[in-house]
Design a protein. Sequence first.
Length: 54
Amino acid sequence: MPGNGGLKLTEALVDVLPSHLTLGCEFYEEDEAFALVYLAYSQLFPPIQDIAHP
C-alpha cells in the first residue's frame, strides 16, 4: 500500500534553514523535498557508506 512520509523539522531548525532551501513550513516530503533538509543538515543523516554497504 503506498503511503506518504517525510521529515518534520523542529522550529529551531526551521529558523536557521537557509532561505534558498526553505519551503516556508516545517514539513518536507520524503520523495523530493527531503533533499533540501539533507543539503542543510547532512550531519543528521547516516553516512552513505553505512547505507550502501551494510
